[in-house]
Design a protein around this ligand. Structure first.
Ligand code: 0PR
Length: 374
């Protein structure tokens, strides 16, 4: 640390130098985060001091968190759902499976997850000492429920389904997983970190949430398609009893108990999530999702015109394309400023059409893609 403090101007000139190295979202097609809505940013700044780690001091912010959980629960098919605002999908997934592990009390617990599960489940295996059994996918990259069933044994504590997979934006057959979970008396966690703010607004109706009786917990992230500020993840449980295994005593705080993984916790992100959800409402999110889906279909159609086929017809705002000489094409696109990413199996180009993308830029991208593959 420097011995003498710098002036505000000096500090900001240092910050301004660094922020220029960050990528602006304009040509970013690999991210599941986006520019937060201006109202979320304003609310975040207003609540910048609020620490929900000791929510007895921040009663208003705590009330906002309860309202956010009610709104998310309502969106996920159960206004009575309970939970809390986490730092993101990773923490929500950890905490959901921690509950399952603590409730089921197996010596060598395992969880059956789709092969398409996010890498946060590899972290969970390590942290919680749970074996992750990866079930195969079908030809559309949804989990194959026969493969799931074949992996269940007496040490299985939970199943996981993905509603909006990271690589393909695919939705697993949650209704079938729900039946399996109920018939085997298992916990069913649905990772809708990305899909939670998309699927309810699609024209095609897909069952994936608490409306299915076997679903016990859901991850749904305001800081992805919810357009809120980072860090805002959502963890929802169908029943209050699922929160109990997460409880610890907090003797020297203004509160008696805490359920969160982190101690100190951003109240600003909670206020931001509340503000943007109240501002946009169902109609606002529907418009955003409609626009992202239009851009997704346009990119797939435009790619087809160039002879590039999709690996699967998009369900959500994720396009996966079978691009020849993928690495070379991605490198050339990167030289033109485009940030793309990949699907692993099969290998393809993965493009996520987030709200920061524009219809005009999609046309520029398609023209650049044409140049790069020819
Ligand atoms: N579950 C699913 C289905 C996800 O897609 C992700 C993240 C997570 C859980 C974990 O969420 P957190 O990152 O909030 O803990 N999916 C993206 C990914 O890892 C996140 C992302 C966001 C990637 C912005 C890039 C980026 O620029 O690919």
């Amino acid at each position: 640390m420097n011995r003498k403090g710098l002036s505000e101007d000096e500090v900001f000139s240092l910050l301004n130098m660094e922020i220029q190295k960050d990528t602006s979202y304009d040509k970013v097609l690999n991210a599941m985060c986006t520019r937060p809505h201006p109202i979320a940013v304003k609310a975040h700044m207003q609540f910048i001091e609020a620490n929900l780690g000791d929510f007895g001091l921040f009663k208003g912010t705590k009330e906002l968190e309860e309202k956010v959980i009610n709104i998310l629960g309502d969106l996920m098919g159960s206004p009575d759902a309970c939970g809390y605002i986490t730092t993101g999908g990773t923490e929500s997934n950890i905490q959901a499976l921690r509950t399952a592990r603590n409730l089921k009390r197996k010596k060598h617990p395992n969880v059956v997850i789709p092969a398409s599960a996010h890498f946060s489940f590899d972290k969970i295996a390590d942290i919680l000492g749970i074996e992750m059994r990866k079930a195969q996918l079908d030809t559309e990259f949804k989990v194959d429920t026969c493969s799931v069933e074949s992996l269940i044994d007496e040490n299985t504590i939970a199943l996981v389904g993905i509603a909006g997979s990271t690589e393909f934006g695919q939705v697993d057959p949650i209704n079938k997983l729900s039946d399996l979970a109920m018939s085997h008396d298992l916990f069913l966690h649905v990772d809708a970190a990305f899909g939670g703010f998309v699927i309810p607004f699609l024209d095609r109706k897909i069952d994936f949430n608490f409306s299915l009786n076997g679903v016990t917990s859901i991850t749904i992230d305001p800081h992805k398609m919810g357009l809120s500020t980072i860090p805002a993840g959502g963890l929802l449980f169908r029943e209050e009893a699922c929160l109990l295994p997460l409880e610890v005593d907090t003797p020297y705080l203004t509160i008696r108990k805490q359920h969160s993984l982190t101690g100190t916790r951003s109240g600003a992100a909670v206020a931001a999530a509340y503000a943007v959800m109240m501002h946009l409402g169902m109609e606002g999110y529907k418009k955003i999702v409609d626009r992202c889906m239009r851009m997704t279909h346009r990119i797939v159609e435009g790619a087809k015109e160039l002879g590039v086929e999709p690996l699967v017809e998009p369900v959500m705002n994720v396009a996966a394309l079978e691009v020849p000489e993928l690495d070379a094409v991605r490198k050339k696109l990167h030289e033109k400023g485009w940030v793309t990413s990949i699907t692993r199996n099969p290998r393809g180009m993965r493009l996520i059409l987030m709200p920061h993308m524009t219809e005009e830029n999609i046309e520029v991208f398609l023209s650049d893609l044409g140049d790069c593959i020819s």
